[in-house]
Design a binder for this molecule. Structure first.
Ligand code: NDP
Length: 398
């Protein structure tokens, strides 16, 4: 049996704590630590009520490596699941190395003062983790995460050569608020307002933010307008899927959402640099975060479904084919199970499956790994059992 320590008591952290508590065959002890203890207490109460398990809680500022090392030495977990913010990735990796603990996260590092995420910083830990004989698993959420594993599955079972991948992400749900983000506001808006980027024939190509759109038919939701975005799994998949000619990422947004975003951008509310207000330094996007609904609070009353998958095209046994590998997740069902909306759920469940793969030795290695570098079969079997079944659908060729 294993002991898990979760860092970050937000929307995703809540799901991870519930699902680790449910996984009684793997984890006998669950600890949840975060910056604000009251958020841990709330999740602790819910988990006890719904899962009948008492989890331990602790306060930690994960930006502080020494504090995090003390926490790890006190609790001695087998693995840390980092579902705080991408800003904490490197300090938590440093703490794991110092305390000798395996590491997992769901989003790659980005520096707070530059809206730029890439794997370079975390890949640089390869040698240190290998030398310490520890494993770090990067991006074990849905996208990145399950989408990487779908690509690995396609490469292993469905294709001899994969040429084109389009990752398609639709939230067809409704939370009834005028404007809200489904995960951390700051990280979400930084991602969406960045320039679009995709990889073709070995070269990265850029587009203006949200300037390229296309209709996709999402199972369980229907046709939706989807916008080309840069997303972190493109970087590792372009490197790890052999023979690839092009990879892109698409996400749906409603007209009302885009209109709010445009206004907020135009008036400067999405700026990430400090401005002086009334003698104080204020970062507009952080202030905006305090005004908008907390993503975890959207869960009650959320209706509809998410539908996320990978459209993969290539050649199998000399024949061209195109398939969609996907999952559909229902907001109301996830609320009933763990009091969370489907965006938190589809991120938290794969984080738990990734941790299960590591502590049971189904995935093992020393160093830093992206999801598609490991065997997709045991992961997909486990993630389906924990709540995210997957399907393969043949699609017409162009
Ligand atoms: P939230 O903002 O709801 O939660 C983040 C939590 O981390 C908060 O409880 C926050 O504490 C805590 N935290 C922030 N800074 C620190 C710190 N220095 N030390 C300790 N705790 C800290 O975010 P979400 O739950 O929506 O998202 C969590 C992560 O999941 C993000 O990294 C996000 O990018 C990632 N994600 C990944 C997806 C995927 O598919 N791969 C999809 C969606 C999200 P406090 O309450 O004090 O602010």
């Amino acid at each position: 049996m294993a002991k898990v320590l979760i860092i970050g008591a937000g929307g995703v952290g809540g799901v991870v704590t519930h699902k680790c508590a449910q996984a009684r065959d793997v984890f006998d002890e669950v600890v949840l630590a975060s910056r604000t203890l009251s958020r841990c207490e709330k999740i602790q109460r819910e988990v006890e009520e719904l899962q009948g398990k008492k989890v331990r809680i602790a306060q930690v500022d994960a930006d502080d490596v020494a504090q995090t090392v003390r926490l790890l030495r006190e609790h001695r977990p087998d693995i840390v699941i980092n579902v705080a913010l991408p800003y904490q990735d490197l300090s938590i990796m440093d703490a794991c190395l110092e305390a000798g603990v395996d590491y997992l996260d769901t989003a790659n590092y980005e520096p707070p003062d530059v809206a730029k995420f890439e794997y370079r910083w975390q890949w640089a830990y390869q040698e240190r983790f290998a030398k310490a004989r520890r494993m770090a698993l990067l991006g074990s959420g849905f996208d990145p995460g399950v989408t990487n594993v779908y690509c690995a599955y396609a490469q292993k079972h469905l294709f001899d050569t994969i040429e084109y991948i389009d990752i398609v992400d639709c939230n067809g749900g409704s939370h009834g608020k005028a404007f809200a983000t489904n995960f951390n506001t700051e990280i979400n808006i930084r991602e969406i307002t960045a320039r679009g980027r995709y990889w073709e024939e070995g070269v990265w190509k850029e587009t203006d933010p949200l300037s390229v759109a296309k209709m996709f038919d999402y199972p369980g939701v229907g046709e939706r307008k989807s916008f080309l975005l840069y997303h972190e799994e493109l970087e590792s998949l372009a490197k790890n899927i052999k023979g690839l000619k092009r990879i892109r990422f698409w996400m749906t947004f409603g007209e009302a959402y885009l209109q709010h975003l445009r206004v907020l951008e135009n008036v400067g509310m999405t700026r990430i640099d400090p401005v002086s207000y009334d003698g104080h330094q204020v970062v507009p996007i952080k202030f905006l975060k305090t005004l908008l609904p907390d993503p975890a609070s959207l869960a009650a009353g959320y209706t509809g479904k998410t539908s996320i998958g990978c459209l993969v095209e290539g050649v199998k046994d000399g024949q061209r084919r195109k398939v969609l590998i996907y999952n559909i997740c229902d907001h109301a069902e996830t609320y009933r199970e763990v009091r969370a909306q489907a965006v938190s759920y589809t991120t938290g469940v794969p984080a738990v499956t990734g941790a299960v793969m590591m502590v049971t030795g189904k995935w093992k290695g020393h160093g830093v790994f992206n999801m598609e570098e490991l065997d997709p079969d045991p992961f997909l079997e486990d993630v389906a059992r924990r709540g995210l079944p997957w399907h393969v659908e043949e699609r017409p060729l162009p």
